[in-house]
Design a protein around this ligand. Structure first.
Ligand code: UD1
Length: 416
């Protein structure tokens, strides 16, 4: 795995055009298999996880072509309905293909996803909902075998507003018999993006973005052309990178309305933020202020995905901040590495108490998962001296060319 070498102390100031959203593009690419035709997906970020999704599509028999940020998927030759263990292990979010494949082929076989660095990530809610829709599910030898002559619409209640489970139910329901109602659905903007894409394929999905989604089953879907929404987590990461270095940054191609909870925290820390339609302009304060308590919650609460980058910010703020991680049980792996850089953070269970320090020191640190890796890059940008962040493959799963964007705003960062 490569490393990022960062000489800290440069202000991150300038303009960045934010990439398309990873968490929107993955389910949308999965959804393409439901049409027997060609879909053209624009604004696809160039990421390891998108490459892996393309590979899943190819193994299913689809033809996938990428030209810059446009991915074309031709599903007419789709001939397989199984996702093998190696792909499932590499990318747990491949589980999102389950609803799409079963809808198209009436059969789907996926390897059981194992644990992942940020927690167990069970799929019980996905399977329970699919069973309620008439899918027969057998788990054997580490594989999940699904069959359904007919998928039935019905009332599905999710015990927790899981993003992946909501998406899988939506995918299974769009061509089901009758009407499906999903209550306690996840409300993330990426769910709305998936719903918009499905509707552009000819589906009838209503209410995405609210906690009740209604889906009227249709006979068939067509391929469609669609532009992926901006990545709100990447946008907030670059805001954090600029804020920790006292810079001024303008983000283009963003949707500020999706980012309320994150922008609110940045303002609480002293940043001045101005939002225009698809732009965010932020001026950092001289010294960041701590935040009282940040609790990660399902949308529209504070996203778990930005907890670690914002913890890097809090580690250099004046005062004490408390972070409570409510979504994933193992999402504090960046703490030991930030501590190596001089941060003062104490973890107890799901809470982390961060006492701001005046400065961080460059060190050799290891990214152990995607967002935790981004947190280390943010800390390194503000640290004294040089930091080497290894485990860059994790960062590449979600950030398109992170060093290029940061260099363009004045960072001294290179890849080795
Ligand atoms: C998605 C995002 C991820 C984000 C997360 C929460 C993608 C590709 N990934 O992940 O970046 O951090 O939402 O916003 O979109 N759970 C169960 N049983 C289930 C499903 C989930 O117990 O069947 C639990 C999980 O363990 C976790 C919580 O529910 O504790 C939230 O998970 P979920 O919303 O499903 O996250 P993902 O869809 O995996």
């Amino acid at each position: 795995m490569g490393k990022l070498i960062i000489d800290g102390g440069e202000r991150i100031s300038g303009e960045i055009r934010v990439q398309g959203a990873k968490n929107a593009v993955l389910p949308i690419l999965a959804a393409t298999v439901m049409a027997d035709g060609v879909s053209v997906i624009k604004n696809c970020p160039s990421l390891r996880d998108v490459d892996k999704t393309d590979l899943v599509l190819e193994r299913l028999g689809c033809i996938v072509r990428r030209e810059e940020n446009v991915v074309t998927v031709d599903t007419r030759g789709m001939c397989d309905c199984e996702i093998c263990e190696d792909l499932m292990r590499e990318m747990r979010s491949s589980i999102i293909f389950l609803g799409a494949i079963i809808s198209r082929c009436k059969r789907a076989v996926v390897s059981m996803p194992g644990g992942c660095p940020i927690g167990l990530r069970p799929i019980d809610l996905h399977l329970k909902a699919l069973k309620e829709m008439g899918v027969s599910i057998q788990e054997e030898h580490g594989y999940i075998n699904c069959k359904a002559e007919k998928i039935r619409g019905g009332n599905i209640h999710l015990d927790f507003p899981s993003v992946g489970a909501t998406e899988n139910v939506m995918l299974a329901a769009v061509c089901a018999d009758g009407i499906t109602t999903v209550s306690n659905a996840a409300r993330e903007p990426e769910i709305v993006d998936l719903s918009n894409f499905l509707n552009s394929m000819g589906a009838r999905v209503y209410g995405a973005g609210g906690s009740v989604i209604t889906i009227h089953g249709v006979e068939k879907l067509n391929g469609a052309e669609y532009t992926i929404m901006p990545d709100r987590i990447v946008a907030a990461t670059y805001l954090a990178a600029s804020a920790i270095t006292g810079g001024e940054i303008c983000l283009n191609s963003v949707n500020p309305y999706d980012m309320g909870a994150m922008l609110h925290v940045l303002e609480e820390m002293g940043a001045k933020i101005r939002c225009e339609n698809s732009r965010i302009i932020q001026t950092a304060p001289k010294t960041l202020r701590s935040v009282h308590t940040i609790r990660t919650m399902p949308y529209p609460g504070f996203p778990t995905d930005i907890q670690s980058p914002f913890m890097a910010l809090a580690s250099m703020a004046r005062g004490t901040s408390v972070f409570i991680e409510n979504i994933f049980e193992n999402r504090f792996q960046h703490v030991d590495e930030l501590t190596r850089m001089g941060a003062d953070i104490k973890v107890e269970g799901r809470s982390a108490v961060v006492r701001g320090v005046r400065e961080l020191q460059g060190a050799n640190v290891v990214a152990r998962e995607l967002r935790g890796g981004a947190a280390l890059v943010i800390a390194a940008l503000a640290a004294n001296g040089t930091t080497s962040v290894s485990g860059v493959d994790f960062i590449d799963r979600g950030y398109e060319n992170i060093e290029k964007y940061l260099q363009s705003c004045g960072a001294k960062i290179r890849r080795e």
